[in-house]
Design a protein around this ligand. Sequence first.
Ligand code: HPA
Ligand code: ZN
Length: 330
Amino acid sequence: MKSLIQRMPKAELHLHIEGTLEPELMFEFASRNRVALTYKSPEEVRKAYEFSDLQSFLDIYYEGTRVMIRDRDFHDLARAYLNKAHEQNVRHAEVFFDPQAHTERGVPMQAIIEGLHHAFREGEREFGISSALILCFLRHLSAAAAMQTLEAALPYREYFSGVGLDSSERGHPPEKFTAVFARARQEGLFVVAHAGEEGPPDYVWQALDALQASRIDHGVRCMEDPALVARLRSERVPLTVCPLSNVKLRVFDRIEDHNLKQLLDAGLCVTINSDDPAYFGGYINENFLAIHNAFGFTKDELHTLAGNSFEAAFLPEERKRLILQELDQL
Ligand code: HPA
Ligand code: ZN
């Protein structure tokens, strides 16, 4: 099955580019930008990656972003991810970035967006990986700050395709961001949102109704609300599930306790993703392998999960059809 997982064409729909910062790259950026790190070596950094919940991870994740300063850093970060994605047969990536984690430190919006954009264009040319950038608002910051961030990004509108919502979920309901998401939709941006990772099912309802999200990131807590499951099923709202992340952040104690099988059995459009692979111990194939080992998924089930990722992607129908045809031939 390992070889099938490798060979399946896949779309990655839940990946934070800042979460692909491997410790070695963190040291390289820190050195060239003269940023002092509290760790002495990449090994020491890796040892610090023990998390008790989402917030304990975010504290370290934002600390890591301090080494990203120039457009070249964002470019090189994305190039490193693209090499990995190509190695793992990812054909399409819809990638989150957190501008506020950088603009708050004085990094210009232009450096962030243009650095990322150029790398993903190279990925398209060199590897044939199509991509879309998703600008995420940090939900622990204010709605006004989110609106300012969108306005600051609009001069680069052609370089990103969607908006999302991430960071500390508890106590920061999607409704807080209704106005900025309405403004984003007016600009023709697609809408996704993290909800139901640590937060209650009600946050998933809000993401759907107040923000009009067309896809839910994580969403695993929807299982606590049968009416919500029925809605997600009937509207075929995709969930971007991140199994290794959920275990690392203690949403589930062990991979065997993950509710992935229940989500699939409920008829939901589930996709498999890596979230923050440098922090959570694996990229997309390692996530597929972990769930295969835990649940003994059959070839058909693995195909369904990979197929769902293209169904859930914002891609032209013709490209979807061609890739799905390829998947069917495996
Ligand atoms: N959840 C919320 N915010 C995040 C995550 C996540 O898994 N990763 C990076 N920012
Ligand atoms: Zn995430």
